[in-house]
Design a binder for this molecule. Sequence first.
Ligand SMILES: NC(=O)c1ccc[n+]([C@@H]2O[C@H](COP(=O)([O-])OP(=O)(O)OC[C@H]3O[C@@H](n4cnc5c(N)ncnc54)[C@H](O)[C@@H]3O)[C@@H](O)[C@H]2O)c1
Length: 358
Amino acid sequence: MAEREIGFGVVGLGMGAGHARDIYDLPGARLVAVCDIDEERLHAVGDRYGARKYRDYDQMLEDPDVEVVSIALPSGMHAEAGIKAARAGKHIVVEKPIDIDLRKIDALIEAADKAGVKLSVVFQSRYHPLFRAIKQVIDSGRLGKLYGIHADLFWWREQSYYEDVKHGKWKGTWAMDGGGSLANQGIHTLDLVQWLGGPVESVMGYMGVFAHQIEAEDKVSAVLRFRNGAIGSINTTTAAWPGDGETLTIHGENGTIATSKSRDVLEIWKLRDDLDGSEEKEMLLRFGPGAAERQGVSSDPMALRLHGHQPIFADMIQAIRENRDPYITGRDGRVPVEIMLAIYESCRTGRAVRLPLG
Ligand SMILES: NC(=O)c1ccc[n+]([C@@H]2O[C@H](COP(=O)([O-])OP(=O)(O)OC[C@H]3O[C@@H](n4cnc5c(N)ncnc54)[C@H](O)[C@@H]3O)[C@@H](O)[C@H]2O)c1
């Protein structure tokens, strides 16, 4: 017997328009409703997928066919919208970062626990089979003692990106974006760094605003000390005209793994126990340069079937059906935000900041 479809509602139809598309295309999911105060976005997305259109979020929460709410509102609104969803008995998928304020995040986690609803956070890279393979190598001990994890995100954003008055001009603000290049673009990278490296003990950072008129930063450099002794570093910027990609390098006692400047493309897979280099060859074939083109859409066969944010929604559906935690929980989503806040505190005070905060 075919399993019942799970009904989704999406709020915030910038990135959320992508959520709507991914849910609409996903077997097992039904896009029931969409919500935005921007009528143009609301009608465009609602009409495209034949979904109910709500201008008022509270009204969408009253819709009994909406079982999961996917939140793609400005980052500083996430926890509040999530708490409302939890109180209405809806499961929650929330865009990164889960929110920008730890107290609000804790209130959201508590509200979801209390209501007995699932809470998941959008960190799509964690589902990517390349990053899962890297995580497996580190966790299995094959890399031996971890020495370092280093990530660079050298992106470019036009000033106009920060001037979107129609949608609240919230990007690059402390109050709604939680910061600039680190809080918005770099949070995925920071999440990967901490997910792979383990608990972070302390951080030290510098930030500046170089190429934009924004309140927060458009460039951060930070050094991280992991509890296991490894040293990490992260550089994030939206001031690297015309944009120069994103890289990740991990090295330990028994090898080095690195991605190239195109996100998710493997460059180095060197492990001492891969004596004949056969694993390196296979990994480069699956994930190295040209792999995506060779395989048509994506460098992984699984992702040929699931695109965009679909793995997150598919996981939420399974979590509901199996009554288990989602692959990335609210508590998981809190971790990179705490590290991000520690980095900003260090940037402001000029001192190393230890975790956990306060
Ligand atoms: N996972 C990713 O790779 C990824 C990529 C881009 C953005 N995001 C995240 O998605 C979120 C949204 O970012 P964006 O770039 O789409 O921003 P955006 O400003 O383009 O879109 C936000 C939308 O929310 C709507 N909105 C605001 N207040 C509302 C309310 N009270 N009720 C209903 N709708 C309301 C706005 O009208 C707007 O359409 C952010 O948290 C961002 O970090 C994630």
